[in-house]
Ligand binder design. Structure first.
Ligand code: ADP
Ligand code: ASP
Ligand code: MG
Length: 924
């Protein structure tokens, strides 16, 4: 690492420490009476009863130890904790409370005031406060460097923006001498930075130490401003440039390891010169043993606070941030995430390592050694106690769900998988070492490794930005093996993310990974790689980036909420579709509250207009919204919208049309992982090969295709048949009255009126299709027969079913329904005779569909039944279906009830939706 140019390093480095009183010149007054008054006033802003700001009353119950010998996992970079001694006479121990305030906490002048209030109201004897730079400032500093390095002259105006931001914040907060001193310091720093950036601009290159020096300024300024504000309140407070105290050694993996012994020595010296009760320390920055400024790397202020906590043997380290604590998943990605009241050190480490950026992963190790609890709290919500991270998390009974073996989930984005594959790898010692040696040589960080025991391939995840160099290094390292065919490929799978489940209790619970993978499978997420550490605290999978949030939500809801969330698209808001939407509207809240099923209708499409929503359509206004906000219907766009959201793990499209074009999309939908539910008979009655393909696809995948309402509306016909088949019964015959219309007609054709009169009456009452020939032709019944026949395993086409049409031949070509109705009486005689004949033999006429499984055929015809037969007892428009099976041979199993009408049909579709929810994991 190159040292800084002497001129700049000398002048600017010592300026920081010399510009503020190192001699404890800050007023050492105790808090005055009048100040106490203003404090209690400011406290009342947070009351009724915010949680205590420092010591947790519960500490004693955890029996905190002074020093622990906890074994840290190998994956954590070594740190020199062991070198520390306990004998240096620092004022250390429980008198110290450490607080760390993140960038958002000091993001504006008002927030800095707020932080000062919190610092003041902590009644610990001594306080060390670590601050980050104001939010976004570190990013802006890095941006300056990038600009200068790439010779983009706009770094000058960007630096002015940074100056302006701090200047205006200081003007808001400070006055008099304080303001003047701070501003003079600020201007001095800025002109130094300008000179330095100019040098970078000219060189077109930046060294790491230059960069670290520049980017650490945000912390220097925020710490100084906060110290002025606390002092303004009459308190004994001084700021600390942690580069004077915190000594770290760079490691080969672009990290730094604290030198605790040297830091302790320097801290001791610093304290003897600055004996203040409140210290505001810069987060993020430190020095090398050669006094060269460096940083603890991005988000390193948490780590700073933990090191300080360990150096002081503090009673607690409180990390203040913008969320209520550590959640079971990133609350910005999973809105149902819940706060974890307690976490063990190991769990917190795993969560943070695997992407929960609420805590920097290296924060844990220093505090763990002294069993110092870390408490994560929300600066914007003082009423919640936050999350406590300590050594004995599992014994704390605080109402949190202790039964869940998984504590939380985290994700890391922007990764690529590298797969080194070849038969020549098996049994060859040193292959892994050669692979990872090459990776190390390009300085890439390996986040996860997986190797199947066949040794046929090794795959690992690295940050996307490092993958090109890694792949090139491997290609060149293994070029001989690749040429010789011992290795078949070094493949890169870009755009990946890691999803990890973390929990200490996973180690002793079986079935966790089964549940985890099951939830992913049901959300149709493909897993690219898997790893489970043998500590069993963590299961890690690699998924495609676009699937990551969906995967996270799927597993989170499975373990934490047992809530099944489904994105729905309704195709065809006609009579049945509209009724379904109204039923959903009425039931949605109860489903969510009582059954943990969360249905979001993301889109409704008719043939002309469609309505799309990002979060779910307000079903109390869907008609109005469709009319006002509808756009031109486009089924492909509609599908893409409903399925394309990355937040809801499961999708279902409900086809409420009778359209064969829509039905022809099912195959494609299922292939994409979209579940399909429909009362539309077209797909199941179309060409046999297509039907078989559809069913095969559905069986192979974890997607579901339900169509209960295609036969008998809401009556449980298909599910009864499936139940029989799945339990090993054999279907002999299914016979039934499947048409509500024809049921009505023949139940009322009792000799008092002519057939045509009864048809006219049924039409009048709305029981028939607009053209009654659609019912009388028997095609609809034939479709139901074919559905049941195929479900029973018969390989029949619709054209294989002989159908006895009740439409007299001469009237089949009649153009209008009116003409047909007018002419129908001419043909009454035939049916009257038939009815009379039946009557004379003590029988009735019924129009039935039959699946004859023994002879592998189906038929639809008018049949005669004795008056005591269940079919003869029917009334109204009921359906009746009799299953004769090997188990139900003497007496068939009969399902009977209303089998038509919008309410019952929509009800049948609705029950399929609930069946889907239960298949997807909703509790039954
Ligand atoms: P600070 O600037 O205070 O250090 P960070 O942005 O580093 O704050 O960390 C807080 C953020 O961490 C939250 O806003 C949240 O989006 C994110 N986060 C990710 N995972 C989790 C989690 N499991 N629990 C809480 N916050 C999380
Ligand atoms: N300001 C630094 C960063 O943004 C350190 C921190 O805030 O933790 O990376
Ligand atoms: Mg942070």
């Amino acid at each position: 690492m190159a040292a800084l140019p002497a001129t700049i390093s000398a002048s600017s480095r010592f300026l920081y420490s010399s510009s503020l009183p190192h001699d404890g010149a800050a007023p050492k007054r105790r808090i005055s009476a009048s100040h106490r008054h203003s404090l209690s006033q400011c406290r009342s802003l947070f009351l009724p009863k915010p949680f205590p700001l420092s010591r947790l009353n519960t500490f004693s119950q955890w029996g905190r130890k002074k020093s622990l010998n906890i074994c840290v996992q190998a994956s954590v970079a070594d740190i020199s904790v062991e070198k520390s001694t306990n004998n240096i006479p620092l004022p250390e121990g429980d008198i110290w409370a450490v607080h760390k305030f993140g960038g958002t906490c000091v993001g504006t002048s008002q927030r800095i005031k707020n932080v000062s209030d919190i610092v003041i109201s902590d009644d610990s004897e001594r306080k060390l406060v670590v601050v980050s730079a104001m939010s976004k400032v570190t990013d802006m500093m890095y941006d300056l460097i990038n600009k200068a390095q790439s010779r983009d002259g706009s770094y000058i105006s960007a630096l002015d923006t940074i100056l302006e931001k701090h200047q205006s914040t200081a003007v808001d907060l400070l006055d008099g001498d304080d303001l003047a001193t701070f501003l003079s310091q600020l201007h001095h720093d800025i002109s130094n930075l300008k000179a330095m950036l100019r040098a970078i601009f000219i060189a077109g290159h930046v060294t790491e130490s230059f960069s670290d020096f520049v980017v650490g300024h945000g912390e220097l300024w925020s710490a100084q401003m906060l110290s002025y504000v606390v002092r303004k309140n009459g308190l004994d407070c001084i700021w600390m440039d942690t580069r004077d105290v915190l000594i770290v050694n760079p490691t080969s993996s672009n990290q730094v390891d604290p030198d605790f012994l040297e830091s302790e020595r320097r801290l001791h010296k610093w304290l003897s010169q600055n004996p203040s009760k409140i210290i505001i320390a810069t987060g993020f920055i430190a020095s090398t043993p050669q006094n060269i400024p460096t940083t603890l790397k991005r988000d390193g202020s948490d780590f700073s606070a933990a090191i300080m906590g360990a150096l002081f043997r503090a009673c607690q380290v409180t990390i203040w941030t913008d969320v209520d604590g550590v959640y079971s998943a990133d609350p910005q990605k999973v809105k149902e995430a819940v706060i974890l009241r307690t976490l063990s050190y190991q769990e917190a480490w795993e969560m943070s390592y695997f992407g929960a950026n609420v805590l920097h992963p290296r924060t844990i190790i220093p505090v763990m050694r002294y069993d110092i609890p870390i408490v994560i709290r929300n600066i914007f919500n003082l009423y919640v106690p936050g999350t406590t991270i300590c050594g004995h998390a599992s014994v704390i009974k605080d109402g949190q769900r202790l039964d869940s073996p998984v504590k939380g989930f985290a994700t890391i984005d922007n990764l690529a998988l590298v797969n080194v594959e070849g038969t020549g790898m098996a049994g060859v010692p040193g292959t892994a070492s050669a692979i990872f040696g090459a990776v190390k040589d390009v300085g890439a960080n390996v986040i996860m490794i997986s190797q199947a025991s066949s040794e046929h391939s090794v795959c690992f995840a690295v940050p996307e930005k490092e993958v090109k160099a890694v792949a090139e290094a491997l290609q060149s390292r293994f070029c001989q093996a690749l040429d010789a065919g011992r290795l078949s490929q070094v493949a890169v799978i870009p755009n990946c993310s890691i999803l990890a489940a973390v929990g200490q209790k996973m180690a002793s619970t079986s079935g966790v990974s089964a549940t985890f993978f099951n939830a992913l499978a049901k959300a149709n997420i493909n897993i690219c790689a898997i790893a489970q550490g043998c500590s069993e605290y963590n299961i890690t999978v690699v998924v495609k980036r676009e699937d990551c949030i969906k995967a996270l939500r799927a597993v989170h809801s499975r373990f934490y909420l047992s809530r099944t969330t489904i994105a729905m698209g309704i195709v065809g808001p006609g009579l049945i579709g509209a009724t379904l939407l109204d039923q959903l509207r009425d039931q949605a809240a109860a489903l969510k509250e009582e059954f943990n099923i969360d249905l979001h209708v993301m889109g409704i499409t008719g043939s002309r207009t469609m309505l799309l929503s990002e979060v779910g359509i307000d079903l109390s206004r869907w008609r109005e919204l469709l009319e006002q906000q509808g756009q031109v219907a486009d089924l492909e766009k509609f599908t893409q919208h409903v399925h394309g959201n990355h937040f809801i793990p499961n999708t279902v499209l409900v086809d409420c049309t009778a359209d064969s074009n829509v039905a022809s999309c099912y195959h494609d939908w299922l292939r994409k992982g979209i579940n399909v539910i429909t009362p539309n008979k077209k797909a199941n009655t179309g060409p046999l090969d297509k039907y078989l393909k559809l069913r095969a696809l559905q069986r192979q995948s974890y997607t579901h295709y339900f169509y209960e309402a295609t036969v008998g509306a809401g009556l449980p016909i298909i599910s009864t048949l499936r139940g029989l088949l799945e339990t090993g019964d054999r279907i002999l015959r299914i016979e039934g009255i499947f048409s509500g219309t024809l049921s009505y007609i023949f139940n009322n054709f009792s000799g008092t009126r002519a057939f045509s009169e009864v048809v006219a009456e049924a039409k009048e009452a709305g029981y028939t299709e607009p053209d009654p020939r659609d019912d009388l032709s028997g095609t609809d019944v034939a479709r139901k027969v074919i559905i049941l026949a195929r479900e029973s395993g018969l390989k029949l086409e619709l054209s294989d079913i002989p159908v006895q049409s009740l439409v007299p031949k001469p009237l089949r070509a009649t153009s209008s329904a009116e003409d047909f109705m007018k002419q129908l009486p001419q043909f009454d005689k035939d049916l009257a005779t038939e009815r009379q004949d039946a009557e004379e033999s003590g029988e009735v006429l019924r129009y039935v569909g039959v699946v004859d499984a023994i002879n592998q055929k189906g038929l639809v015809e008018l049949q005669r039944y004795g008056k005591s037969h269940p079919f003869a007892q029917l009334s109204g428009s009921d359906n009746i279906i009799a299953f004769t099976t090997t188990r139900y041979k003497e007496q068939p199993l009969i399902v009977r009830g209303p089998g038509a009408g919008a309410q019952v049909t929509a009800g049948g579709v609705f029950s399929d939706i609930l069946r889907l929810a239960s298949y997807l994991g909703a509790p039954s």
